[in-house]
Design a protein around this ligand. Structure first.
Ligand code: ADP
Ligand code: MG
Length: 247
């Protein structure tokens, strides 16, 4: 199996706060890896270290065996790595379609071509195909700022795919999303994973979502990896139960 991402002993300290304190894990091609842990345990900070928003205090990150530590987000985009943020990053005054077109500016097209066929008509057509794929047709011309929170989260995820990535890191995509939309999101992620072999790392608090979506789960607590394994194994792990219930 091809190892896509490797995180080696990554630390990120903010003064005395050891937000990430020596984390190692890997992600194989085609995997959907869950990253869970109590609030404040360092999950988002770790994403930021992987994705160039922050420089790790120590440690390295490799993509396909090549170091990517310190690369800028735009450079990672060109290497096929994309992300969503815990806090929404949609442009409220632009329409759903315009948001997607903007998000597609960087893409190289490889994944979109496999998903939607040849790119003969440009970004607007890609955006409309993505809108249909995420079942957002009825919202295409509405301003993103006027959508419900759940609809904006779905748009945010769709925007991450406009960059045509093969590795996508999603930070709490299901947070605040209602059940119907959650099913839609899960189905879409599974379809992209299955049909294209795209690889995901998903931070999420919704346990049912993580357990039904992910093949493997890494559990963090207080900046470190507490456990790793199949969803069923980590759910039954006493240390994991303690980390969630012990505070
Ligand atoms: P999670 O995503 O798991 O909820 P975070 O990565 O957001 O956790 O935060 C981990 C810890 O690092 C928290 O204690 C948080 O307050 C701290 N932290 C995050 N970013 C910063 C920052 N820029 N400066 C100082 N402390 C930070
Ligand atoms: Mg977070």
């Amino acid at each position: 199996m091809t190892r896509v991402l490797e995180v080696n002993s990554v630390k990120k300290h903010f003064g005395g706060v050891k937000a990430v304190d020596g984390v190692s894990f890997h992600v194989d091609e085609g995997e959907i890896l869950g990253l869970i842990g109590p609030n404040g345990c360092g999950k988002s900070t770790l994403f930021n270290c992987i994705l160039g928003q922050l420089t790790p205090t120590e440690g390295t990150v490799t993509l396909d065996g090549k170091p990517i530590t310190g690369l800028y987000p735009a450079q990672l985009n060109r290497l096929g790595v994309s992300r969503t943020f815990q806090l929404l990053q949609v442009f409220p005054n632009l329409s759903v379609r315009e948001n997607l077109i903007l998000a597609g500016q960087e893409h190289k097209g490889t994944m979109l071509q496999r998903l939607f066929g040849p790119r003969d008509a440009g970004l607007t057509v890609d955006a409309d195909r993505m809108i249909a794929f995420f079942k957002l047709e009825h919202l295409a011309d509405q301003k993103a700022g006027g959508l419900s929170y759940g609809q904006q989260k779905l748009l945010d995820a769709a925007m991450a795919f406009m960059a045509g990535p093969r590795l996508v890191l999603l930070d709490e995509p299901a947070g605040g999303v209602n059940l119907t939309m959650l099913e839609n999101l899960k189905e879409r992620l599974q379809a992209i994973n299955r049909e294209l072999g795209a690889t995901f790392v998903v931070i999420e608090h919704n346990m049912d979502f993580v357990m039904s979506l992910c093949s493997r789960v890494v559990v963090m607590a207080e900046g470190k990896v507490l456990a790793e394994g199949t969803p069923a194994a980590v759910r039954a792990n006493p240390a994991v139960i303690e980390a969630y219930l012990g505070h």
